[in-house]
Design a binder for this molecule. Structure first.
Ligand code: B12
Length: 211
C-alpha cells in the first residue's frame, strides 16, 4: 500500500479516493498515526504551501480539507484507541456580529489537518463565549476571525477579557480576516496575526513550541 497515493488524493481534493485509500491503508495494517502523518497531514502541508504560493486557491483548499475530513472519519476512532494525543486544543470562531465563516472554516480545517483538536464556536461569537470555552476545555490558543471593519474590535474585547480573567499568557490569541492587519493585531494586543490558513498552522505550531 503506497501512502503517497493517499497523499496525492488529499492534495487533488478527491474525496471518494481519499476515503477508499484510507480504508485500504487501514486494512493493510498501517498504523493510524502513520497514515495521519505521512499521508493526510503531509498532503495538507503541501496544499498549505501551494496556497501560500498562490498555486491553488480557496476552492481547492476546501476540497482538500474535505477529503482529509473523509479520511479522518475513518481514522479518528482508531487514533483515540491508539491514544495518540492531539497536538493541542484551539478554540476558533468568527467574532460577535459577524456571519462570515468561510475563512474561519478554512483555518479550522487546516489546523485540524495539522493534528490540532479544534473547538469551533461558529460565527457571531461574543467575547465571553471565546473565553469560557478556552477556560472550560483547557484550550491554549484562541483563533478569531473578522471580515467586517465594524466587528473587528470585538477581538480586542476578547483579549481584554482574557486579561481580566488572568488567562493572559496562558491562552495565546491569533487573529485574521480580510480587514485585519499586523498593525491592528499589535494595537489590540493579540499574540499574533495571520493572513491565511496556512499561516494559522505555522502560528499554532510556534505557540505550542513556546509552551
Ligand atoms: C462571502 C461574503 C459574504 C457572505 C458570507 C457567507 C459565509 N458563510 O461566510 C454573506 C453573503 C453572508 C455576506 C454578508 C455580508 N457581507 Co460580506 N463578503 C463576502 C466576501 C465576498 C467574501 C468573504 C470570504 O469568504 N472570502 C474568502 C475567505 C477564504 O477569505 P477570508 O475570510 O479573508 O479568510 C482568509 C484570511 O483572511 C485568513 N483568515 C481568516 N480568518 C482568520 C483567522 C485567523 C486566526 C487567522 C490566522 C487567519 C484567518 O485565512 C483565510 C484563508 O486564507 C467578502 C469580500 C472579500 N473580498 O472579502 C464580503 C465582505 C467581507 N462583506 C461585506 C459586507 C459589507 C457584508 C454585509 C454587511 C452585507 C450586507 N449589507 O448585508 C453582510 C454582513 C453580514 C454579517 N453580519 O456578517 C464587506 C465588508 C466591508 C467592510 N469594510 O467591513 C466585504 C469586504 C464586501 C465589500 N467589498 O463590501 N458576505
Amino acid at each position: 500500500m503506497d501512502l503517497n497515493r493517499l497523499k496525492q488524493a488529499v492534495i487533488a481534493g478527491d474525496m471518494a479516493g481519499a476515503r477508499k485509500l484510507t480504508e485500504q491503508a487501514i486494512e493493510a495494517g498501517i498504523e493510524p498515526g502513520v497514515i495521519l502523518d505521512e499521508a493526510l497531514v503531509a498532503g495538507m502541508d503541501e496544499v498549505g504551501e501551494l496556497f501560500k504560493a498562490n498555486e491553488v486557491y480557496v476552492p481547492e483548499v476546501l476540497l482538500a480539507a474535505k477529503s482529509m475530513q473523509q479520511a479522518m472519519q475513518l481514522l479518528k476512532p482508531l487514533l483515540v484507541k491508539d491514544g495518540i494525543e492531539p497536538k493541542g486544543k484551539i478554540v476558533v470562531g468568527t467574532v460577535r456580529g459577524d456571519l462570515h465563516d468561510i475563512g474561519k472554516n478554512l483555518v479550522a480545517m487546516m489546523l485540524e489537518g495539522a493534528g490540532f483538536e479544534i473547538i469551533d464556536l461558529g460565527n457571531d461569537v461574543p467575547p465571553e463565549r471565546f473565553v469560557k470555552a478556552a477556560a472550560e476545555q483547557g484550550a491554549t490558543i484562541i483563533g478569531m476571525s473578522a471580515l467586517l471593519t465594524t466587528t473587528m474590535y470585538a477581538m480586542k474585547e476578547t483579549i481584554d477579557l482574557l486579561k481580566a480573567e488572568g488567562l493572559d499568557g496562558k491562552v495565546k490569541t491569533m487573529v485574521g480576516g480580510a480587514p485585519v492587519t499586523q498593525a491592528f493585531a499589535d494595537e489590540i494586543g493579540a499574540s499574533a496575526y495571520g493572513d491565511d490558513a496556512a499561516t494559522a498552522v505555522d502560528l499554532a505550531k510556534r505557540f505550542m513550541a513556546e509552551q
